[in-house]
Design a protein around this ligand. Structure first.
Ligand code: MF3
Ligand code: CO
Length: 291
């Protein structure tokens, strides 16, 4: 992070201002944290106002696609039909579904039902049934900018215990968001998520987490929820990442489907839920970019 910029050089952020009147004090603050042993983000992870505007345009599509799914999802529909809707709505608005062909992923969206933890692959053979809970995880590319968020949907007569899982998982995400503060730490968020899940008798998946996002689908930092307050990356204004905890009703262990190499399931077969938002650390708090 050592900056070789002179005080009178143009600032790295592209503002055109002199470094000393722009990000010099900001960089010194980061450097202080680094010297004390904190993990700190490099400049490349800090989004400029222009990039943030572009990412917000991408997120408009992502949010609209999820709104569309919310209006059209129903019992009896195949998850392939959800995939078709995501592809058609995203491309109609000028976007590209980010999952399609990403690391050989075959579809435009992830649809994870009941004991599927994440990365469920849409199929003609999977029909939504009365009582199912499903996560629909959408990601969009627009003009090279990435957005990523997911929601849970409940179909028909969902059991009280599954409803509670979906509700508490949403609260975990919200409590995580409330813990995001400039010059705090990513672990503040992780602990807030974990504590709420734990207080409700649930577990939070360890192996799969959130991620930096915006200029790439998956950037640094990796975002876990079993971390402690005051640890992990320093939350610097301009940092953007997802909060997307996977909360299990039962045991924490998961396994990946050998047949497709993607879909994660709970080891004990009990349900799992996930909500995902994309957030930006700002000078005075945090902002939700996609939901
Ligand atoms: N949307 C997922 C996430 O939140 C990414 C899944 S990768 C894919 O990180 F290829 F399966 F889409
Ligand atoms: Co994500």
């Amino acid at each position: 992070m050592a900056s070789k910029l002179g005080r009178n050089d143009p600032c790295w952020c592209g503002s055109g201002k002199k470094y000393k009147t722009c990000h010099m004090a900001f960089d010194e603050k980061i450097e202080d944290f680094r010297r004390k042993g904190a993990k700190v983000p490099g400049h490349e992870l800090l989004k400029t106002p222009e990039q943030i505007a572009g990412i917000k345009e991408s997120a408009k599509i992502n949010i609209a696609v999820l709104d569309y799914i919310a209006d059209h999802i129903e019992i009896g529909m195949s998850t392939e039909e959800i995939d078709r809707m995501v592809y058609e709505q995203t491309t109609a608005m000028g976007g590209i579904p980010a999952p399609l062909h990403y690391k050989d992923y075959p579809k435009s969206v992830c649809t994870s039902i009941n004991e599927q933890v994440c990365h469920g692959i849409p199929s003609e053979d999977i029909l939504l049934q009365d009582g199912d809970i499903i996560n629909v995880d959408c990601s969009t590319i627009l003009n090279g900018y990435f957005s990523d968020s997911s929601r849970m949907f409940m179909l028909g007569n969902v059991s009280e215990e599954k409803k509670r899982l979906v509700q508490v998982t949403k609260e975990c995400m919200e409590k995580g968001f409330e813990a995001v503060k400039p010059w705090g730490f990513l672990g503040d968020m992780g602990q807030a998520v974990h504590d709420h899940a734990f207080a409700n008798g649930y577990t939070v998946v360890r192996e799969i987490g959130g991620h930096g996002v915006g200029l790439e689908f998956h950037e640094e930092p990796w975002v876990g929820y079993n971390s402690k307050r005051g640890t992990e990356m320093l939350l610097v204004p301009g940092l953007m990442f997802t909060i997307e905890p996977m909360v299990n009703m039962g045991k924490v262990e998961i396994y990946i489907d050998d047949a497709n190499g993607w879909t994660a399931y709970t080891e004990d077969g009990k349900p799992s839920a996930q909500w995902e938002i994309q957030v930006l650390v700002t000078e005075d708090g945090a902002e939700i970019i996609s939901y």
